[in-house]
Design a protein around this ligand. Structure first.
Ligand code: PHE
Length: 339
């Protein structure tokens, strides 16, 4: 065979190959590169050529063969990858984080109170004795202070404001807010970390409270009760009621404990609430001494205040009986991912 005839055979094979482009990968492999494939046959025929033509014929044949083998290999791997797409398999769920349940509750509490004109404020969580106790009608050595198991900061006391403590309740925001505004009206919602020296399955040393304070002319217990009812319905759902029972706090007069009707049984009594009610926190009409401490004239203005724990407020809503409340702050994803 002459070199020209040989090149013509290569060209014919290429034309055939173009027409065969739609064949499957194994079929192409067999027809062109297999033991009796077109390339194999042509490669063998090189031996029949004039030795001077062999190089000129062999090189293009080899290059074409390598290009075809590479194309077939690429198509083959794409095809075999496709073989594994099983559309009936469930998809892979991307890991999505979410806001910590207590942060979610704080956002919801903020939304509810700001929607009726309260302003969310932040005050120090390490604060002077004056704001945490004394200005709230609890002079040094007053026995009422014992209720708040206080952490004291190891530093020299201020001559006027006393020792520095970790805030035991958000009530430290009351006089601070009066000072900030100078003059009523005041409608504050203060949500913050609080600290008490107790730790067991129902208490963490760090927890959160939210505190409401309203001071204006003509503020009465009715405004307090209406605000509590509004919160109860908004947070726990329509039909939830609030109930106030006489109690004692140094910084409110009169003082009450606050209960909400159980939203799981509509207040009829169930395994979760037992009596139909859940005790949540404290409230009352701001004591005249507290108004005075904040520079507000109690003969002109009256006010109410309330405050209690975010953790309990939240777990009640979810109907959660968490065995150990400390799990909320454990950082344990298995626990947190449930919410
Ligand atoms: N600070 C009180 C507590 O921690 C709750 C409270 C707030 C009571 C405001 C009355 C008014 O128990």
């Amino acid at each position: 065979m002459t070199g020209t005839a040989y090149i013509q055979q290569i060209q014919q094979m290429l034309l055939a190959l173009g027409a065969d482009a739609g064949l499957s990968v194994p079929a192409l492999q067999q027809k062109y590169l297999g033991a009796n494939g077109a390339f194999t046959v042509l490669a063998k025929q090189i031996a029949e050529l004039d030795p001077n033509d062999r190089k000129a014929a062999g090189r293009p044949l080899n290059e074409l063969k390598n290009a075809l083998a590479a194309a077939i290999a690429a198509a083959g791997s794409a095809e075999s990858a496709n073989d594994w797409v099983d559309l009936s398999l469930p998809g892979k769920k991307p890991a999505v984080g979410h806001i910590h349940p207590i942060s979610q509750a704080m956002a919801e509490i903020t939304r509810i109170f700001t929607s009726i004109g309260f302003t969310r404020v932040r005050y120090p969580e390490v604060d002077w004795d004056w704001y945490v106790f004394e200005s709230l009608n609890m002079p040094p050595d007053h026995p009422a202070r014992d209720e708040w198991e206080t952490f004291f900061v190891d530093r020299a006391p201020d001559s006027k404001k006393g020792q520095m403590v970790l805030t035991t309740h958000t009530s430290n925001g009351q006089v601070r807010e009066m000072e900030r505004l100078g003059e009523p009206p005041i409608r504050m919602i203060n949500i913050a970390r609080c600290y008490r020296r107790q730790q067991d399955v129902t208490h963490t040393q760090m927890f959160h409270q939210f505190e409401g304070l309203v001071v204006d002319t003509g503020i009465t217990i009715q405004h307090l009760k209406g605000t509590l009812d509004y919160f109860a319905e908004q947070f726990y759902g329509p039909g939830t009621k609030s109930r106030i029972r006489p109690f004692h706090f140094q910084f409110t007069e009169p003082s009450f404990e606050v209960d909400f009707s159980c939203h799981l049984c509509n207040g009829t009594g169930c395994k979760f609430c037992k009596s139909g009610w859940h005790e949540v926190g404290g409230c009352g009409m701001v004591h005249p001494n507290v108004l005075r401490a904040g520079g507000i004239d109690p003969d002109v203005y009256t006010g109410f205040a309330f405050g209690w724990g975010v953790e309990r407020t939240y777990t009640l809503k979810e109907g959660l009986a968490i065995d150990d409340i400390r799990l909320l702050y454990s950082g344990d994803l298995q626990f947190l991912e449930q919410f």
